[in-house]
Every structure is written in C-alpha cells, then in structure tokens.
Design a protein around this ligand. Structure first.
Ligand code: GLN
Ligand code: ZN
Length: 761
C-alpha cells in the first residue's frame, strides 16, 4: 500500500497563534511556561488535523519556536562562545538571544539570518568554530516524538541532515568548508538515530536540501560518507532522503546510490525527473512522490498528479510509494476555511496547507483503492481545473495582445544615460551629492489605526483621505525643513509595498488570513496572482500629485517593480513566470506614464527582490536575469529622457549580478550598504557601474542615530569609489519601521554630512 505522508506543517497556527505567543513572551506579559504550553497546543492541533485528514506518518520536529535550522544547531550542541555567557539564564534566553539578539543582561547581536533556498522563509545561519565540539541535546525533540505517538500510531521525525546543516552555517575565522567538521558531528547523529530506534520510530525524514543545488565532489563525497557512517547505529530505522524546490538533475544518481531507504522527489518543480528516478531506484528502496505544491496556493491537478503516481506504481509497485507534498507546507498559508470573504470563484481554485493534506490523502487512496474510490473528489477537482483554465479572468485577450505587441524599442529609454543625465539636470537642477530617502516614513500607530478603522468601515473614505493628506503634508514640510533635495510623499497609504498594488490590479486577490512565516514571529501575506494582470485605473497618481503640489522641490513617484511584485506574491502556475512578470511590467509602465503626465519628474521603481528570484541552479540563472531585467526595462522605459528613473534594492549579494543591475539602466539606484561599511560599493566601483548610485549611509534597522562624522566618513569612502557627479546620499532603506524622533535626527545628520562632503569637493 502507498503511504500518505507530509514533509511538514505550518508552525504559526491558523490564527498566527505562535506570533502572538512569542510577542507576549518577549514583552514579558507571559512567562516561559505559557509560551511552551501554547506552542505545544499548536503542535498538537497540527498533529490532530494531519491525523484526521488521513496522513499515515505524522511529521514531528517540523515545529520550531523560531527557526528549525537554529533548533538543529542547538540539538547538536553548537552554541557560539559569546552566547554561552551565564548572563543568559535559561536555555530559552539563550535560544532567543541567538535568534534575535538581546540587551537584557548580556548585550549580544542576533546571529545572521538569510533566505532559505529560493523561498521567502529566512533561517538563522549557524556559526561554527574551528574547534567546534558537538553534543547531542535532543531531549525536547524526543519528548515531542513521544507526545506525537499518542496522536498517531506512526510518527516520522524530521531531521536536518548533517551535511546540509554544516553547509547552511558558516565556519568563523576560516575559509575552509564547514565540512571539515563532519567527522566530529557524525557521532551526534549516530546517537540520535540510536535513540529514535529505541523510541520505536520506523521512518525518519532525512532532510538534505542541498541536493537541490549544484554540488561539488567534496559535498557529494560527504553525503556518501555521512550515510555510510550512520548505517550501523540506526537499527531498523528507515531513512527517506528529502530535498525540494528543484529537480535533482545530475544529483539524482547520487541520491539513489546513498544508503537510504527512500528518496523524495519534488515532482511539482521537477516532474521530468521521474523516469530517471525509476531507472536509478534500487530494488529495496521506496520512492516519495512530492505531488502537491507545498509552497503555492493552487489546487493540485489531481488527474495530472495521478498520472505520475500511476507511472511510478506501474514501474515499482504501489507498496514502495510514499505520497507527499513537494516540500514542507511551512511555505503555504494554513487554512482556506478562514477565508470567508475571498472571491468565491478564485477560492474554488485554491488549496492552503489544510486542504493540501486532503489532496495527499485522495491521491494515496486513488493509488491504493482505485480511482473509483475517490471518484467524487476527482470529479470536483477536474471541474475546478477546467473552470480555472477557461475563466475569462485568467485569460484576458487585451492583455495578451498587448504582450504580443511589445517591441524592442519599448525596452529602451529614448537616449542613453549620458544624454539623459544632462536633460534631467537641466530640469531638476540638483546639487552635487543630492539627498533623498527611499520612500516610506514612520508608520506611526495613528497611521496604522486610521487604516484599520477605514478598512473596518469605522472611518469614512473621505475622512481617511483627509487624514492621509495631512500626514503627507507634515511629511513634506519636515523634509523641506531638513533640506532634503528630492522628496517623497511618505507612503502612509500603503500597508505593504506589494499588497498595496495587488489590491488595485486586476488579476490579483488578497486574502484575509493567508499568512506565511517569513522568520520567527514575522509573517507575510502575499497577494495571489490568479489571472492576467492589468491596471483598471491609476494607482498612485492622486497622492503623488497632491504631494508635489505642496512643494517646489521634486517629489518622487513611488512604485514597486514587476519582479518584486511577482516574487512577493503567490504566483500563478499555469503560465511561465516571465509572462506574468511582463504583464505586471506593462501595468507599472502605464502608471509611470501617468505619473509623468501629472508632472512628476522623478519616479522610483523598487526592485528589492531582483536578486532573490535568482534560480538555485547556475544553468538557469542567465535566462532568469534576462527576463527579469527586461521586465524592469519594460516598466521603466516608457518615460521621456527628462524623467529620472530611480530604483532601490535592499542588502543582497550584488556583486554576482552587477551586469544585470547595470542592464536595468535606471538613472539612479539606491542600495543598502551601511552595515558593510561601504565595502559593498567596491564591487560597483571595480565594475565601473555606469549610472548614478546612492549607497545607504545609515542603517535603518536600528533606532540608533549615527553621528554626522560617521556618515561623512562613509561618504568619503564612497567618493573614492564612485565619481561624486554620480553619487547620491540616502539611508539604507525605507523608514516605515522607525519613529519620527530618531528619523528627524538621523536625516538632519545625513543632510549635514552631505553638505560637509560637498564643501570638500
Ligand atoms: N519604498 C519602500 C520603502 O521605502 C522600499 C522598501 C524596500 O526596499 N523593501 O519602504
Ligand atoms: Zn530596501
């Protein structure tokens, strides 16, 4: 019989219970016991709903109070020296100090955080030291397993494998690979497996997600070695080797050659790998079929999924199949049942985590008992698929015709940068080292309350408009008195830079409760792109025009770029991303044209997600970068030479994509650099980045107000790398999370710093 399995369930709870618990605990309004009891309740609810849905093997250990990579670093006893201080009284204090820093007792920064593969989830980067010692610290994990065993007769612990764990971390003070620590780490995993065996565990989910990446020979050898060394200690425990988000490609033969009892395939993002897997699977191995998309919101096309499953069953027999989601459901919103107000047509095409469990179970039953046993479910699914395929809302002929008519000229500004620069300078008449900000100003509790009241219907539309205008007016006045050169309206009307546009564009819906964990207690609610995108009416013109009417200085029109809107949304899966991105780009292009027609002379199109859209495999990166750059150019090239186009990117590994950043051909780019002490700018310097740059001169992530001299120092460094004629002065990013007091002080120092450095030139 095929087995219904699941790689992991969302931890945040259907109503973001984990977020509220954590925030209360951090504030001190609840104690550790309440936090742990609350967390256990979420776990239990998750287990019960999975067991009720019919999942045969319950995943355990997929839950985390903050992040599972941090959990594993601690389970193998890797606490960096600084966090071993007795000033951190409890284990929980230590855990959160590593996760988010602390100033209580000990003064410690958080460990670094970075993106989990190509998702929007962020994990804590473990820090290894050259003399790292490891020690098994898994009592809580084992207790969780015992607790889960009361809910389901079979539980499947989720273990982050040693090779991925090491490679996801950083070896401090050494350029060697963290794999030098592997032999010291393996005994801990041996002990763990022995304990799991004692606990009566039959299957363990052995996550080695690095299998989705390009691997060199050392990593391949490490995987082989790790599994060989573990084969003795695990008794009768079976391992299912899991990786996700990509096809295994050339790592596929390696995966099946390892000493594992099953290999999981992400057949949503790599359906083409099934035939190769069926050739390479060894006679004693099982195959785990990831058929349900764990990181998007669409109903699975069950007929298509069944075709794959039946091919596998015909080749190796259904007794060797595990049916699963493509990856952990961590990346899906929790439950569609909480969406009472969602557009009912679109809703009928969706499945959130809870619904995905049902799909896994239906597929398993169809394989085990025949399709007739789930005829009604398959029929309903087929009807939903057909409705989606043929809906006028997914296929808008006008949008498609416009896409077909995109000409090469529409991807180019009329003149090159040098000519544009002259014309823009005539119009804008800016000083050397012009000052500006990235867009948002503090979203105070008044701003958030007014928005909430307006949404609830407690504040009338015209009252809300008046409120926003007053905020904008104050914001413009403050920027003028600070002496900033290029102003912004402040983005008070926006809850989120993507959702704001998603709410106004056709082809998007916005959910009420479709939250997904981004990191720790931070959740995001990506809008859902279900159909062809177009712009029914101008989105930002009224507010920008109003702001411009208040001042003689230029006010930037603020737009979010097509690539960022794409990647920070749930993306439709029925056409290439490139096509969806192009549709968004056309909408943004129209908006830019309308802003220009309204007299706006500077337009910023933010693209902080450009780098994060980069595919995991090198072989796929060039084509992505090409369509992403083209989408930005399509969005930004419809304006006249005199209109200055800005873009903005937050901190990222800029260097590897510098040619693409240059190819955007934005007149000005602002980037986050201050935390790297301007070092990030060196790459732009040696690349001879051709257009203007505003390297951030102060970190907006902390309330700290840097001294003028500090910013002068950074600007002097910048002038050494980039000619002053092409330098701007701005903070690292938007200011919406800060308070006005520190913002005004910091911007005053920033303007002073610019003046001081100007006088030296
Ligand atoms: N314009 C946005 C802001 O200032 C940019 C935010 C971002 O880069 N993530 O908030
Ligand atoms: Zn930013």
């Amino acid at each position: 019989m095929a087995i219904a399995t699941n790689l992991g369930f969302p931890r945040i709870g259907g109503r973001r219970e984990l977020k509220w618990l954590l925030e209360k605990y951090w504030k001190g309004t609840i104690g550790a016991d309440d936090l742990l009891t609350g967390a256990h309740k979420i776990r239990e609810t998750n287990w019960k709903s999975q067991a009720e849905a019919g999942i045969d093997q319950l995943p355990v250990g997929d839950f985390s109070l903050y992040d599972h990579v941090l959990d594993w670093a601690l389970r193998v006893g890797a606490v960096p020296a600084a966090y071993q201080t007795p000033q951190l009284v409890s284990e929980l204090d230590r855990y959160f100090a590593m996760a988010r820093g602390t100033q209580k007792g000990a003064d410690l920064p958080a460990l670094e955080m970075t993106k989990w593969f190509n998702t929007n989830y962020h994990y804590i980067v473990p820090e290894w030291s050259a003399d790292q010692a490891f020690e098994l610290n898994a009592d809580a994990f084992l207790a969780e397993i015992t607790a889960a065993q009361t809910v389901s007769k079979e539980v499947r612990p989720v273990v982050l494998g040693p090779v991925s764990l090491l490679l996801l971390g950083k070896l401090k003070g050494s350029s060697a690979s963290p794999l030098v620590l592997l032999d010291k780490l393996l005994p801990v995993y041996q002990q763990l497996l022995a304990k799991l065996n004692e606990a009566g565990v039959k299957w363990v989910q052995w996550d080695e997600p690095i299998l989705a990446l390009d691997l060199d020979g050392d990593v391949q050898a490490a995987l082989k070695h790790s599994l060989e060394s573990l084969s003795q200690s695990r008794g009768s425990v079976k391992l299912v080797l899991t990786s996700y988000f990509e096809s295994l490609r050339e790592n596929l033969p390696l995966a099946f050659s390892l000493l594992v009892d099953a290999v999981h395939l992400d057949l949503v993002y790599g359906p083409e790998q099934l035939p190769a897997a069926l050739r390479h699977i060894r006679p004693e191995q099982f195959l785990s079929l990831g058929l349900v998309d764990g990181r998007n919101v669409w109903k699975t096309d069950l007929a298509k999924a069944l075709e794959l499953a039946e091919t596998a069953a015909a080749a190796i027999g259904k007794d060797r199949l595990l049916i699963a989601g493509s990856c952990s459901l961590l990346h899906s919103p929790v439950d569609l049942a909480h969406e009472a107000e969602l557009d009912s047509e679109v809703k009928s095409w969706l499945a959130f985590a809870r619904q995905k469990l049902d799909e896994i179970v239906i597929l398993t039953r169809a394989i085990n008992e025949g399709q007739a046993s789930v005829a009604r479910q398959l029929h309903e699914n087929a009807a939903a698929m057909e409705a989606r395929r043929t809906s006028r809302r997914t296929h808008d002929p006008l949008v498609r015709d416009r896409q077909k008519a995109i000409s090469p000229e529409s991807l180019r500004r009329q003149a090159d940068y040098a000519a544009r620069k002259t014309q823009q300078q005539e119009r804008l008449n800016l000083p050397l080292l012009p000052t500006t900000t990235i867009g948002s100003f503090p979203q105070t509790s008044e701003v958030r309350q007014a928005r909430a009241a307006y949404r609830k219907g407690d504040l009338a539309a015209d009252e809300y408009q008046k409120f926003l205008q007053t905020e904008t007016q104050k914001c413009i006045a403050r920027q003028e008195s600070l002496g900033i050169d290029v102003l912004v309206h402040g983005e008070f009307e926006r809850n989120d830079m993507v959702e704001y546009f998603g709410e106004q564009l056709e082809g998007f819906v916005v959910s009420k409760n479709g939250w997904v964990q981004s990191y720790g207690s931070r959740c995001v609610k990506p809008p859902i792109i279900f159909g062809d995108v177009h712009r029914p009416r101008a989105m930002t013109v009224e507010m920008t025009r109003y702001a411009q009417s208040l001042t003689s200085r230029p006010v930037k029109g603020m737009l979010t770029g097509p690539v960022t809107i794409l990647f920070w949304s749930f993306i439709r899966d029925d056409q290439p991303r490139r096509d969806t991105c192009q549709q968004i780009a056309l909408a943004i292009r129209d908006e830019a044209a309308d802003l220009e027609a309204a007299g706006i002379s500077v337009i910023q199109i933010d693209e902080p997600a450009l780098r994060e859209g980069l595919p995991l495999r090198k072989a796929d990166q060039a084509s992505y970068l090409q369509w992403a750059v083209e989408a930005f150019r399509l969005a930004s090239s419809g304006v006249a030479n005199q209109t200055q186009i800005h873009t903005h990117m937050c901190y990222c590994e800029f260097n590897e994509i510098l040619p693409s950043i240059a190819a955007l051909d934005a007149d000005v780019i602002s980037i986050e650099t201050s935390r790297s002490k301007m070092e990030l700018l060196d790459g732009f310097g040696s690349f001879q980045y051709p257009n203007e740059i505003g390297p951030g001169v102060y970190d907006i992530h902390s309330p700290r107000v840097p001294a003028t001299s500090e910013m002068v120092g950074l600007l002097k460094k910048a002038v050494d790398v980039i000619p002053a004629q092409r330098l701007w002065v701005n903070p690292d990013c938007g200011l919406k999370t800060r308070g006005w007091v520190e913002v005004e002080a910091a911007l005053q120092s920033m303007v002073e710093a610019a003046r001081e450095v100007r006088s030296l030139l």
